[in-house]
Design a protein around this ligand. Structure first.
Ligand SMILES: *Cc1c(COP(=O)(O)O)cnc(C)c1O
Length: 359
């Protein structure tokens, strides 16, 4: 039996995607080989990679003036690659800090450029997004970086920050494809695949083409956006299995009604879980209501000495990976695109039963 897997990442994948990958594993498209065993420069794989890019463009509405790159090194690799590609020595970058990943991104960027923190929600342990219009972007910033969904503490922006003429750069690792987004508002969107797009090992970068051509000379060739954009992300061997699986995930999302369908489904899941938590006197979520993540739902038990019992009983009931991030404690249920509403209902039923027997 498949578990209800609430892992923050690598996260669960849609069952239909895994079944299709299984069915195609030994003989991909009549090649007599698995997709992992074919040349990335062969006709069949090149066509598959092009189809995956086209599907991503269609689903997200990515305009022609953006390049789509399939790279490696994860989102953390991009913490370095983006300043290498977008800044010159002496430049400064503006950051909005709403959680742990933004802090990490800023620390990495500081190796390459100045960092100005224009909004910092750390004083209250990251429980909200800054109010729209409450911060000022420096007109001379190379870009404004933010994390639309902070995976660890479950803080999600309900709006796209206005950076004016300054390019907006977003780490969408844990929110990409969860709802529609106006790509034209962004200079760069990047996301590790292992939350909402496929297996780990692939990172997707969407970059406005007018930002190309400024990489520092020391930038590793495989991370040089301009070079990769000119080579269809095939400067070297790309993460072929990840690109293939992303294609299957995108087909699945299309079957579910695209990003509007995903948003509807994700809103229903989040409403069910937060609604239950708020109505309970035993569980709590500290995040401001208008900044609560649709994807990652941290919650605390009224009696933290029950945490280990909760995690163990939940696992017995087939609900796995509910322990909160090691830096935060408590619980966290990650309910990405692939998590069905039934999985959230099973969690809510378990939580209610646990409260009855232990609360
Ligand atoms: C998971 C995550 C990362 C780290 O991604 P890697 O691919 O492991 O480098 C960075 N940012 C956010 C928002 C994440 O959720």
């Amino acid at each position: 039996m498949r578990a209800h897997n609430f892992s923050a990442g690598p996260a669960m994948l849609p069952l239909a995607v895994l079944e299709r990958a299984r069915d195609e594993l030994l003989d991909w498209g009549g090649s007599g080989m698995s997709v992992m065993e074919v040349s990335h420069r062969g006709k069949a794989f090149v066509a598959a990679a092009e189809a995956t890019q086209a599907a991503l463009r269609a689903l997200m509405g990515i305009p022609e003036e953006y390049a789509v790159l399939f790279l490696q090194g994860g989102a953390m690799g991009e913490f370095a690659a983006i300043p290498m590609n977008l800044t010159a020595p002496g430049d400064s970058i503006d950051f909005l800090l709403t959680g742990d990943w933004g802090v990490k991104a800023a620390a990495e960027a500081e190796k390459y450029a100045g960092v100005r923190v224009v909004a910092d929600e750390s004083a209250d342990h990251f429980v909200r997004a800054p109010r729209e219009g409450s911060f000022t972007v420096s007109p001379d910033a190379a870009y404004l970086h933010y994390t639309p969904n902070e995976t660890i503490r479950g803080v999600e922006f309900g709006y796209v920050p206005d950076a004016g003429p300054v390019p907006l750069v977003a780490d969408m690792s844990s929110t990409i494809l969860s709802r529609p987004v106006d790509v034209s508002r962004f200079g760069v969107i990047y996301a590790g695949a292992q939350k909402n797009m496929g297996p780990s090992g692939l990172v997707v970068v969407v970059v406005r083409r007018d930002l190309l051509g400024r990489a520092r000379p020391q930038t590793p060739t495989v991370w040089d956006f301009t070079v990769q954009a000119g080579a269809d992300s095939m400067v070297n061997t790309p993460p072929t299995f990840g690109i293939y699986l992303l294609g299957l995930v995108l087909d699945w999302i299309t079957d579910q009604g695209g990003l509007l369908g995903m948003a509807e489904r994700n809103r229903a899941k989040a409403d069910a879980l937060y609604g239950f938590i708020d109505a309970s006197g035993f569980y709590s979520n500290p995040v401001d209501r208008d900044a609560r993540s649709w994807m990652n739902v941290p919650f605390l038990l009224a009696d933290p000495s029950l945490d280990a019992t909760f995690v163990a009983r939940a696992a017995d009931a087939g609900l796995t990976n509910l322990a909160g991030h090691r830096s935060v404690g408590g619980m966290r249920a990650s309910i990405y695109n692939a998590m069905p509403l039934e999985g959230v209902r099973a969690l809510v039923d378990f939580m209610a039963e646990f409260e009855r027997t232990h609360g």
